[in-house]
Design a protein around this ligand. Structure first.
Ligand SMILES: [Zn+2]
Length: 361
């Protein structure tokens, strides 16, 4: 992917400290290990790295209601919220906890996607990577599925406002992007593609469902691996992409479909996941690449560092980690039972064993 010569990596130190609280699946380090590993591998320089500040309330109002944004700001300030607003906006409910940076952290991730979208719309970048983004469940007036702010939806709104009228949104997270689909699937300027696990929360996006008319949903059964993911991306999504000819692609690259992730029954290896990402970015179309789900800190850091490697033209599957990068992974904490006896390859190399090979042995 050497053609992406003008590439930018969006980040902020806010992703180092803030946490969702004990016992929450997102109470893990997710973004800063990706940044630090990419620097240690020599894949990231200060000229490519953009430090981002939180979006303002007015900017978030491009998708969210002002009442909801005010509730997030008040919840951050007071670290509590009145019962009526908690109920209405699902803040402090449904595993969407009130935490110290409940406004600033998602507003920063959203701003990164909005700035990236603007850079792509203005022709200032070929590709922008925001691993803190991809919070695709957020609704205009409420939190949903650990997502307080819907940064992909805000990026789409920015692109539309800038006059981009052919946008492809592609989502390979294990969960269906209900928040994005609910608001854009009837807009002929946009094509929405999602491949996700069937019968998994939020249980929208059934196989073949076109929602408002411009969505294409593909579901995979529990246990599906690399071959199934790659087949959908190359035999179904790419031909649709080729006929639509988008000006910009937004790729939500949630990695919770990886076999080592506890939040889905999908069994991709990161080799297959990177192959899918590589195929979807193979058409030389300006792209905003986002994170998303990812609930095993070791797996998530390796998967998302590998995406940046791909963007820079490297082959992440063959990368052995230098001691400083290995040290970053060994210092991560994970309370989940799957983290009690971590396999050695979680620390010493980026690539997994390919899932369909593993299944055959
Ligand atoms: Zn997910």
């Amino acid at each position: 992917m050497e053609r992406f010569t003008r590439r930018y990596f969006m980040g902020s130190d806010i992703f180092r400290g803030s946490v969702y609280g004990a016992g929450h699946p997102l109470n893990i380090a997710r973004v800063w290990p990706v940044i630090d590993i990419c620097f240690e591998l020599g894949w990231l320089s200060d000229s490519m790295y953009r430090h981002v500040e939180p979006a303002t309330a007015a900017q978030l109002a491009m998708f969210h209601t002002s009442d909801y944004i005010s509730a997030l700001i008040d919840a951050e300030h007071d670290q509590s919220l009145d019962a009526a607003r908690m109920e209405r906006h699902r803040i402090g409910k449904d595993n969407n906890p009130i935490f110290p940076q409940i406004y600033a952290r998602p507003a920063t991730a959203a701003h990164a996607s909005m700035i990236g979208a603007e850079m792509l719309a203005q022709g200032q970048a070929d590709i922008v990577y925001n691993p803190a983004g991809g919070t695709h469940h957020g609704m205009p007036d409420r939190a949903n599925g650990f997502c307080f702010v819907n940064d992909p939806a805000l990026a789409i709104a920015v692109l539309l406002e800038a006059g981009i009228d052919k946008i492809a949104y592609i989502d390979i997270d294990a969960h269906h992007p209900d928040g994005v689909e609910a608001h854009f699937s009837d807009d002929e300027r946009i094509r929405l593609f999602s491949v996700h696990e069937e019968n998994r929360w939020p249980r929208t996006g059934a196989q073949g469902d076109i929602a408002g008319g411009f969505a294409e949903n593909f579901t995979l059964p529990r246990g599906a691996g690399d071959a199934e993911l790659i087949k959908i991306c190359t035999e179904y999504i790419l031909p649709s992409l080729d006929s639509f000819q988008p000006q910009v692609i937004i790729l939500q690259a949630g990695c919770d479909g990886l076999a080592d992730d506890p939040q889905s029954g999908l069994c991709y290896s990161n080799l297959g996941y990177w192959q899918a990402v590589s195929a979807l970015l193979s058409r030389n179309i300006p792209a905003l690449v986002l994170g998303g789900g990812g609930y095993n800190p070791y797996t998530t850091a390796r998967a998302w560092a590998g995406i940046w490697g791909l963007i820079c033209g490297h082959e992440p599957g063959s990368i052995l980690l230098p001691p400083a990068a290995e040290h970053i992974l060994r210092c991560l904490e994970w309370q989940h039972r799957r983290g009690r006896t971590p396999p050695e390859h979680w620390f010493v190399r980026l690539g997994d064993v390919r899932s369909n090979e593993a299944a055959g042995t």
